[in-house]
Design a protein around this ligand. Structure first.
Ligand SMILES: [Zn+2]
Ligand SMILES: [Zn+2]
Length: 483
């Protein structure tokens, strides 16, 4: 075989393996590592596969929408909403960026428990199919309990709520993640360490269990027949993302739905009551800081206002639905959950409380272009930080990170229709040439960056004229055609 055909074969293999991992299909023998630090970052490696499936789903949705096709529940297929899509991807980028800046605590405790207290580690060598199989079940079981706690403990929900705050349900919803979640999820895997599953195998399964949950975020896949009995599927996970009273606190599965069936938290999707996605009180913001912290602030306020130590404890560690008025109900009462529209009766109806501020079409194009640039910058940082050149990036990383946080915030606030968003945007694009000079970027690039920055600055100023500004309000009213 010549070199080029060998290269083509290894590229094809890389692509097949990449898509396979999204379905938890992986050859164990190529995923066993003696050392923990040798395990690749399968989540970062999955980024191109995420992008391609998002584009593919968007295309299918567009075709289905164009042909007026209907979903299983009778509703029309919708297209992606730009504001929601950007907000979800921003949350994922925010989480990854924060993970890069602050040393992750995720695996430290696991390794410590394994090295000092593991009980059956001698039965679980790294290169063993038995270890692989046990790790698969243990990790997924640990995920079930972590996920259940993330919904049933108010403080943990303050993190996990980020993933549920989209009112849409598509592949980008899977990327909407909390930067706080990894600070408590590790607790639920310590029994796996105690049992003796090696850290490297644990890490591979953690990534595969996470990746499996990506593809199930779609409305385009209906019932999967016999797979529905034992696997977590798009249908089961749609219920999990629902705010219909029947969906609350159901279907916590990662890969296997059997845990929900065993522990009484399973509910099948109802034909006669289409799922309405999001949280019980829909979030009114695309600002990434608000998306990440809104419920944490609420939990702190609720705890502060609760009278007595016992109530303060319950405000933190009982369910988000718990109230001092019904102190004995740990998770609150389902009948207190606001009812939702039944879209089965009128599948073409608009969702009444959909958060969807109106923005001029041209501003949406501007936002799309700049968000694509922000994704590219963050991706370059992530790739370089994983490479041998990381040390050249470390001293300037906080500045690049600050710029990325600022960028996501300014774009989120524009999507919210906030006046401050456009002011922040003017400052942001004016700062780009200075930042590039500080980072000592390639001279030949600087001229293009300057032109990009000046034209963006002028457009941002022009952006003000596309809105009418009401006295005393920070919300803008668009004058032009909208998207
Ligand atoms: Zn959840
Ligand atoms: Zn989900």
């Amino acid at each position: 075989m010549n070199t080029s055909s060998a290269d083509a074969l290894s590229s094809a293999r890389y692509v097949i393996e990449g898509y396979g991992r999204l379905l938890y299909i992986a050859d164990p023998s190529t995923h066993m590592f003696d050392k923990f630090n040798d395990v690749p970052n399968y989540i970062t490696m999955a980024v191109p596969f995420f992008i391609s499936t998002i584009v593919f789903e968007a295309l299918l949705m567009w075709i289905a929408n164009y042909r007026e096709m209907r979903l299983q529940n009778g509703r029309k297929v919708k297209n992606f909403r730009l504001n929601d899509t950007i907000s979800s991807i921003s949350a994922g980028m925010f989480q990854q960026l924060t993970k890069l800046l602050f040393k992750s605590v995720e695996f430290g405790a696991y390794i410590y428990i394994f090295e000092n207290y593991a009980i059956f580690s001698s039965y679980f060598p790294v290169r063993s199919y038995v270890t692989w199989a046990f790790a698969f079940f243990f990790v997924d079981f640990g995920y079930y309990w972590f996920h259940r706690a993330a919904h049933e403990v108010n403080l943990f929900w303050a993190a996990h709520v980020v993933h549920h705050s989209s009112q849409e349900y598509n592949q980008t919803t899977a990327l909407r993640q909390s930067f706080l979640q990894e600070h408590f999820s590790w607790l639920f895997y310590l029994p796996v360490a105690l049992f003796g599953i090696p850290p490297s195998i644990f890490r591979v399964h953690r990534d595969l269990d996470t990746l499996f949950q990506y593809w199930i975020h779609t409305e385009l896949i209906g019932n999967l027949g016999p797979l529905e009995y034992f696997l977590n599927t798009p249908s089961h996970h749609r219920v999990h993302h629902g705010r219909n009273p029947y969906c609350i606190d159901q279907n916590y599965a990662g890969t296997l739905i059997i845990w929900d069936r065993m522990f009484g938290t399973f509910t099948a999707e109802k034909e006669d009551e289409p799922v309405l996605y999001g949280i019980v009180h829909p979030l009114q913001s695309f600002n990434p800081f608000t998306v990440q912290t809104h419920h944490l602030l609420h939990v702190m306020e609720k705890t502060w206002k609760s009278k007595g130590v016992v109530n303060k404890f319950k405000a933190l560690f009982y369910g988000p639905g718990w109230t001092p008025e019904k102190p004995e109900l740990r998770l609150g009462e389902i009948k207190d959950i606001p009812p939702v529209q039944n879209l089965k009766k009128d599948p073409d109806a608009e969702i009444k409380d959909l958060y969807n501020p109106v923005i001029p079409l041209i501003v949406n194009f501007y936002v799309l272009l700049h968000f694509a640039v922000i994704i590219a910058v963050q991706n370059m940082v992530m790739v370089r930080i994983d490479s041998a050149e990381a040390y050249t990036l470390n001293p300037v990383l906080p500045f690049i990170a600050a710029f990325l946080y600022f960028s996501m915030t300014s774009i989120g606030m524009i999507l919210d229709g906030k006046k401050q968003g456009i002011i922040l945007e003017c400052i942001r694009v004016a700062a780009i040439p200075f930042l590039c000079r500080f980072l000592e970027l390639n001279e030949s690039l600087i001229i293009f960056i300057d032109i990009f920055s000046i034209s963006s600055f002028l457009f941002s100023l022009y952006g003000f004229s596309l809105f009418s500004i009401k006295q005393g309000s920070d919300i803008l009213e668009p004058k032009l055609k909208t998207l």
